[in-house]
Write a protein that binds this ligand. Sequence first.
Ligand SMILES: NCCCC[C@H](N)C(=O)NCC(=O)O
Length: 451
Amino acid sequence: MKEQNLKKLNDSRAIRWGALAIVAFTMMAAYYVNDVVAPLKTMLETDLKWDSSEFGLFTGAYSFLNVFFLMLIWGGLILDRFGIRFTGKLATILMVLGTGLEYYAMTGMADATGTIWGYKVSVFVASAGYSVFGVGAEVAGITVTKMIAKWFRGKEMATAMGVQVALARVGSQAAYAVAIPMARAYEITTPVLVGLICLIGGLIAFFAFSVLDKKLDRQIEAEVDNSPEEKFSFKDVAKILSNPGFWLIALLCVLFYSCVFPFQKFASELMISKYGIDESVAGFFAGLPALGALFLTPVFGGMVDKRGKAASIMMLGAAMLIAVHCIYALPFITSSWIAIVLMIVLGIAFSLVPSAMWPSVAKIFPAHQLGTAYALIFFIQNIGLWGIPTLIGIVLDKYCVVGKANGANLYDYTLPMCIFTGIAVLSLIIAFALKVADKKFGYKLEEANIK
Ligand SMILES: NCCCC[C@H](N)C(=O)NCC(=O)O
């Protein structure tokens, strides 16, 4: 008990931010790999003969095991039972193995002629690898969020979450910016190979972080061991699920993120086909939201820490999303400048909502339920991350083909953008309901974290 009065590792600003930097690197590599295939959609169509439905299948595969095999739920339970270090290492190893398989499928199996369950062998195996990667990436995501809640509780928690998300966005933006030029200069799969190498670096980084975390655990051992509250129990799942705040955050999360991540996967092609943006920079513009979020998420995270207003901020972000998708849906607006400005606005919305949403979860649930709560929220979010790209891929192939150029289909994106607009409208309604619930149940989402 005396140890509570001693200075712990995370009391040192330099050490806790250093620890964050290490795990943030792992997540940066994860986000790079997550996004690096997306800008290559048209090249996949011409070089590897993947159609839009197959691209949608591959993109949605990220979430397939998480949704249908409940991998995120198991991950959350493992995290609360076995802790940050074990779960983080396991997740990082899965990311490396999954990406290795994806790379092998896209290189070694590219010319294979057979099919598995009606899908080209290369598409099927690459999707399987991406699915394993998706399990690792999502479990790593909840692990890192819990790590921040542990290392930064009562300190700059929202800022730290904002910084971590921002650094992850560097990975995304790098992926969008370099994928096409790198694939043109070398092989179509070189960007994936680079991601694999970065992930191996991320694995080493997580092992290094584990040394620090073990030391911190020794320092807080007395507190943890003496508190029955810290032990996870299955009853907690029921408690989390019966909390209205959980359902509202989870719904907002699936709706909001379904309008951002899956949209971005198709955005490079939208930039090229509708707005006439050059292929070499289309990925850069599709990745602009990630770049904007890089600078803005920590700023908004700091605002939430100091001023609160998290529920209002989430509403604002959702409203901006509606405007962006609605304008993209208008067939008569084809100016490349407007397309770029909309991407910047999307970047602002994409910074507002996460910087308010993730710290809000830590306010609604006690520390020992956090791993499971984040896992359940990510699980519901993954239903959207699986379903929406799959749906958009099918919609594009069935209803939106308007011609052919250089062996690839040309698509009219009006219908997909109307779908995204509809989802954004739903996200605003849920954000409003969350604000009402905050008042009713006293979650204190509108209050500052640092008083
Ligand atoms: N393209 C990255 C997918 C990450 C999904 C993850 N469950 C998540 O929502 N992370 C938080 C974030 O804002 O990126």
